[in-house]
Design a protein around this ligand. Structure first.
Ligand SMILES: [Zn+2]
Length: 241
């Protein structure tokens, strides 16, 4: 299930789930865009929104990552949709509907809910504060599955990541989530498929995360770490516009 490789390049393969989740991501972006006067970060002050009488940072298309995923357990049956978003706490009640929280912020200092290698809960990784990575789409998605009692082992998660930077639409997890997804693959025995940026191609495709694992955030500067990271970016690289 690791997919074909040609040299060091991972070749994507057709994945019908990605077609559905591309549509869901697109619909969510359109919904968010209605609330995003600052999606090009032109006016940071306009991000402020009122929640329960308090002024907090609001939705900003530059900072919001969204994802839609499908999880199928080892026992089969119908797949479970999992929709996640960063900046969850900034969402209005209406926008929170159908979006998973994952591990609540208050518990994130204790690490993720994934505990598969006998070394306790796997910690979140990344700057500026590791526990903040518990609010990323990928970690929320994995934590939500565990929180709901799903058995990751033998299951398959197809996840379609959508974030924006410098006007580019990007499909790859951050380095901290790269670590967490590899932990899920290697230690929890979850099969993870990442939808590629080829959303206008038919059929939609994905690459298997195992091609980019193991990945230890703390050793990401090592030769093997950089190779895995570069291969992932190559496979899921930016998509202009
Ligand atoms: Zn992340």
């Amino acid at each position: 299930m690791t997919g074909a490789t040609v040299g060091d390049v991972v070749v994507p393969k057709p994945n019908p789930d990605c077609e559905t989740t591309h549509e869901e991501n697109k619909a969510r972006r359109e919904e968010l865009d209605k609330f995003e006067p600052t999606k090009r970060c032109e006016n940071p002050e306009a991000r402020k929104i009122q929640v329960a009488g308090q002024t907090i940072d609001g939705i900003d298309g530059c900072g919001v990552t969204i994802s839609n995923a499908r999880f199928t357990s080892a026992s089969g049956g119908s797949s479970i949709p999992v929709s996640a978003q960063s900046n969850y706490t900034c969402l209005t009640a209406e926008l929170k509907k159908g979006v998973v929280e994952g591990n609540p912020a208050i518990d994130r200092a204790n690490g993720s809910l994934l505990d598969c290698d006998g070394n306790g809960r796997h910690p979140y990784k990344g700057p500026p504060e590791p526990s903040q990575a518990g609010g990323h789409c990928e970690t929320r998605t994995l934590d939500e599955l565990v929180k709901n009692g799903q058995t990751l082992s033998g299951g398959t998660l197809s996840i379609n990541i959508d974030w924006r930077q410098d006007g580019k639409k990007l499909k790859h997890p951050c380095e901290g989530c790269h670590d967490m997804l590899c932990y899920a693959v290697k230690e929890c025995e979850l099969n993870v498929e990442l939808c590629t940026n080829r959303e206008d191609e038919d059929p939609p495709e994905s690459v298997n995360m195992a091609n980019f694992c193991p990945y230890d955030y703390d050793n990401r500067k090592s030769l093997s770490g950089r190779k895995k990271r570069n291969a992932l970016l190559e496979a899921l690289g930016g998509f202009g516009g």
